[in-house]
Design a protein around this ligand. Structure first.
Ligand SMILES: *Cc1c(COP(=O)(O)O)cnc(C)c1O
Length: 400
């Protein structure tokens, strides 16, 4: 059998086989909660959909391979990939691997919902303790880790400041320690970045974003390349039950088929737009990992690439001169960009973190992180970048 070596082929074929009865090239959506047994306890490996579902398995096996898990079906039924009802359900499932009193070190510029789950839920319900550190600085990591630390939770790039974490450095630091390393790979996706290959234990996704890619489904993913961890995650997944339904599994699998193409376009257009923004008057700062001006551009070169070239992803953050007033005028005057939360879809979105996604972060913390009132975040879609630039140019003319 010919191997699918390239990512463009893997997104379509990895972990997939034709449906055995009809030969259907896409898995049918198995909308069933249960499966008939021929004699008590005698079944074909499928008993109940929370535990086993062929459509969900098809998605889980695909993303497991894309993230680089080499587990076999004997090691784990879905090769170490797990599909969950949302990105937050995926984060929560990782926390359920820990015990009361355990300590977690996390990135300071964390997805707002993750921060809320850590601080407002798991601290109280599970007795976990959290320390937030600027993990772009490995000394800050060393300072934050204690004897009780059992998990390091990393996002790279982060949201909305697009900070990058040196994943190799974190792996090097943790190598002889009994600490799980988990990376939220939502912004980079396996098109750009492979935390498991670097030495991370678990990769997490909000598949709502680039994996689904069409802003029409909410889903989460976990992948591990370790047989032992796959067993522990499978146990929680089945026991607590935050599983993704068959139809949504199909939607995400369908989205992933074009992930390679989409990510190339997102990255190419985002670079063009970031370069254009950087040359405009009325813009204080442009943050994009693919620009040499990004403070961690060297890290991007080392861990984010497509076809051997550095790839900065599809998200850009910039700061307008003129603060809140200018931002409002700008955001009211875009028309191709939709003013909306979320990211990673084929359509371009724009948002104001201080008022929208990060409103729940206290003003003092926002200021410390650099979430200025003039700060705008865009998710570059796959429209023609010329049209997107024209839209931004028009909006900019209305606020200066
Ligand atoms: C959206 C998002 C999440 C949460 O995922 P949901 O699918 O909305 O539950 C977690 N991390 C990052 C980086 C995200 O962008």
């Amino acid at each position: 059998m010919t191997e699918t070596k390239h990512f463009e082929s893997q997104v379509i074929h990895a972990g997939q086989s034709h449906e055995p009865v009809t030969g259907a090239v896409m898995p049918p959506v198995f909308l069933t909660s249960t499966y008939a047994q021929s004699s008590p306890g005698v079944h074909s490996g499928y008993e109940y959909t929370r535990s086993h579902n062929p459509t969900r398995y098809a998605l889980e096996r695909c993303i497991a391979r894309l993230e680089g898990s080499a587990l076999s079906e004997e090691d784990d039924a879905s090769f170490g990939g797990f599909a969950l009802s949302s990105g937050m359900a995926a984060v929560n499932t990782v926390l359920e691997l820990l015990d009361t009193g355990d300590h977690v070190v996390a990135m300071d510029d964390l997805y707002g919902g993750t921060h809320r789950l850590f601080n407002k839920v798991k601290k109280r319900s599970s007795g976990l303790n959290f320390t937030y550190a600027d993990l772009t600085d490995l000394d800050a990591l060393k300072e934050a880790v204690t004897d009780q630390t059992k998990l390091i939770w990393v996002e790279s790039p982060t949201n909305p400041m697009l900070k990058l974490v040196d994943l190799h450095g974190i792996v090097e630091f943790a190598k002889d320690k009994d600490i799980l390393l988990a990376c939220d790979n939502t912004f980079a996706t396996p098109a750009l970045q492979h935390p498991l290959a670097i030495g991370f234990d678990i990769v997490m996704h909000s598949a709502t974003k680039y994996l689904g890619g069409h802003s029409d489904v909410v889903a989460g993913i976990l992948v591990t390349g370790s047989k032992d961890l796959a067993e522990r995650i499978r146990f929680v997944h089945n026991s607590a039950g935050p599983v993704l339904g068959p139809f949504d599994s199909y939607m995400v699998l369908r989205g992933i088929k074009t992930l390679a193409l989409r990510m190339k376009q997102h990255c190419t257009s985002a670079l063009q737009i970031a370069q254009w923004l950087q040359a405009q008057k009325g813009i204080k700062k442009v943050i994009y990992p693919g620009l040499p001006s990004h403070p961690q551009h060297d890290i991007a070169k080392n861990q984010m690439s497509i076809d051997g070239e550095v790839a900065g992803g599809g998200m850009i953050t910039f700061i307008l001169d003129g603060g809140l007033e200018a931002s409002r005028a700008f955001l009211e005057n875009v028309s191709i960009f939709s003013l909306a939360e979320s990211l990673g879809g084929v359509e371009s979105l724009i948002e104001h973190p201080a008022i929208m996604t990060h409103a729940s972060v206290e003003p003092a913390v926002r200021e410390k992180l650099g979430i200025d009132d003039g700060l705008i975040r865009i998710s570059v879609g796959i429209e023609h970048f010329g049209d997107l630039i024209a839209d931004l140019e028009h909006a900019l003319s209305k606020c200066i």
